[in-house]
Design a protein around this ligand. Structure first.
Ligand code: GCO
Ligand code: MG
Length: 405
């Protein structure tokens, strides 16, 4: 079997998605997600200009060898653009292999280790009444674990909290030209958050698993303080408490709090995790299949993390396409040290462009039994929604200084 074509499809059914489609001489095709939110076209070029020509004529069954060839063969290693491109190839090849076998991908990864995959959903509100309504809405949708994000008094726009006029517009029009600017004040945040979790616990009781994303904004000492102050509310995890490029900084956080820590959505190789895993400074590894080079290396990371009782928590925001989400759910079902899967769902239009076999019910995902990863791309519909320039927001302190978003 030989690869005869590798083409990149960019579509924007509400937000941008980049998909690699690999075709073989036997007519079997495979899909891989290469979406890098806000920097999509860099990956498109990496794939079309530099990777696709190398794939033509090669054997799609040689997944490990192709991965090593693309990773080591480029000489320039790592980074989100490279690893998203390699991820798309890796997942497309797994899709092909599983289709040829006539099996859903999870069967090739060792078969199901559980019946279904538990997820968490996002709740947010500018104030407590709005937040409570949002938590109730997620519970009504079936979610059993909830990520809680809230507005901060005195700040206009904060990560994870939709400001009212934009709720129906995932890529704000003004973000298409220049990034939207949010504002930030760490002291105001640290003063406000513990009271929010106290109120949520009082309203929803002790059993509901609650998560919170600090989105890389704190210093190790600030994160240590927050973790400590949140201990009475028994969080499932505190996510991305520091930027964590300085892995050693997590020692400070860990020394001071028993709040579980989750890190890694912006990481793209095992080397970004080495100290965090070996010193057991975190509890969950958060990389996406799409940004970590695919199923092949993410499986290796999970097996490595398992030796330290660290669990998986694959990144699953709306900017991971249904192709990336499908690959994640197959992996979730198969590995032993599964923790939880983030799941935001997609718009109806996105689900039409990417028809998928995975299903969500009662707060859980299942990858379905279709051969491969179980996603079909409607190329005509995709073409009807072309790429639209868009940026992630940036963050500034109140004196104008750029801060981590
Ligand atoms: C999460 C993430 C996302 C990212 C987004 C950036 O926990 O899901 O923090 O919300 O901000 O994926 O593109
Ligand atoms: Mg996050």
């Amino acid at each position: 079997m030989k690869i005869t074509d590798a083409k990149v499809v960019v579509t924007s059914p509400g937000r941008n998605f980049v998909t690699l489609k690999i075709t073989t001489d036997e007519g079997v095709t495979g899909l891989g997600d290469a979406t890098l939110n806000g920097r999509e076209l860099a990956v498109v070029s990496y794939l079309t200009d530099h990777v696709a020509p190398l794939l033509i004529g090669s054997d799609p069954h040689r997944i490990e060898d192709t991965w090593q060839f693309l990773y080591r063969g480029a000489y320039w290693r790592r980074g989100p653009v490279t690893m998203a491109a390699i991820a798309a190839v890796d997942v497309a090849l797994w899709d092909i292999k599983a289709k040829v076998a006539g099996l859903p991908l999870y069967q090739l990864l060792g078969g199901a280790s559980r019946e279904r995959v538990r997820t968490y959903g996002h709740a947010n509100g500018r104030d407590l009444p709005e937040l409570f309504d949002s938590i109730r809405a997620r519970l009504a949708e079936g979610y059993k674990s909830i990520r809680v994000q809230t507005g901060i008094p005195g700040l206009k726009a904060v990560y994870g909290v939709h400001s009212a006029p934009d709720a129906a517009n995932p890529t704000r029009l003004d973000q298409r030209v220049r990034p939207h600017v949010e504002d930030w004040d760490t002291d105001a945040y640290l003063r406000h958050i513990p009271g929010v979790f106290e109120a949520v616990r009082n309203e929803f009781g002790p059993e509901l698993p609650l998560l919170h994303d600090a989105h890389h904004r704190l210093t190790p000492l600030q994160a240590a303080r927050l973790g400590k102050e949140l201990e009475p509310y028994k969080l499932f995890w505190l996510e991305d408490c520091t930027p964590a490029e300085n892995q050693e900084g997590l020692r400070v956080v860990r020394r001071h709090t028993t709040t579980p820590l989750a890190i890694g959505e912006v990481f793209n190789t095992v080397f970004d995790y080495q100290t965090l895993v070996q010193e057991q400074l975190i509890d969950y590894v958060r990389s996406a299949v799409t940004h970590f080079g695919g199923v092949t290396p993410l499986r290796k990371l999970f097996d490595y993390a398992a030796q330290y009782q660290i669990r998986s928590a694959i990144h699953g925001p709306e900017d991971i396409s249904p192709v990336g989400m499908a690959a994640a759910v197959h992996l979730d079902l198969a590995i032993h040290n599964f923790g939880i899967q983030e799941y935001s769902g997609h718009t109806d239009l996105t689900n039409e462009v990417f028809r998928h076999a995975y299903t969500f019910s009662d707060g859980h995902l299942h990858p379905g039994e279709a051969p491969g990863i179980g996603v079909e791309l409607d190329e005509e519909l995709a073409a009807a929604h072309p790429y639209a320039q868009g940026y992630l927001p940036v963050n500034r302190l109140q004196d104008g200084t750029v801060h981590d978003w």
